[in-house]
Write a protein that binds this ligand. Structure first.
Ligand SMILES: [Zn+2]
Length: 125
């Protein structure tokens, strides 16, 4: 799929994964609650074990799917363009440059730079 579409889907899928992971975990807890030990009845523990953990797992799975199974389309050759998260790169004169989300084409090696830095999505510098 075209890269902007891939990014949009990835964004939505991440939100959906967080929410559904959380809700699924909570409903699992609801179901198996009677057979749990006391520590797994404590609200904060339940929140982490049955809320945050499944949400994080769902996020990992989503990331895997959008890196390996669903990929972008290279604007140059139409090949498989693989998503790379934004990251920091060491600059030559010290300090570091922020690299936005990029897509690397497997066929022709073209690197498509998006303008999206997760920390500041609307930052165009
Ligand atoms: Zn290409």
């Amino acid at each position: 799929m075209p890269i902007p579409l891939h990014l949009a889907f990835l964004f939505l899928a991440n939100i959906a994964a967080l929410l559904s992971g959380f809700m699924l975990g909570m409903s699992v807890h609801e179901t198996i609650r009677p057979s749990l030990t006391d520590i797994l009845q404590v609200k904060e523990v339940v929140f982490i074990v049955f809320g945050m953990v499944p949400a994080a797992l769902a996020l990992l799975v989503t990331g895997f799917v959008f890196r390996n199974l669903i990929v972008g389309r290279c604007p140059k050759c139409g090949g498989r363009a693989i998503y790379h998260a934004s990251r920091k790169k060491k600059a030559i004169f010290g300090g570091s440059n922020k690299v936005p989300i990029t897509y690397h084409c497997e066929e022709c090696g073209y690197v498509h730079r998006t303008r999206i830095y997760p920390a500041s999505p609307m930052n165009h510098h």
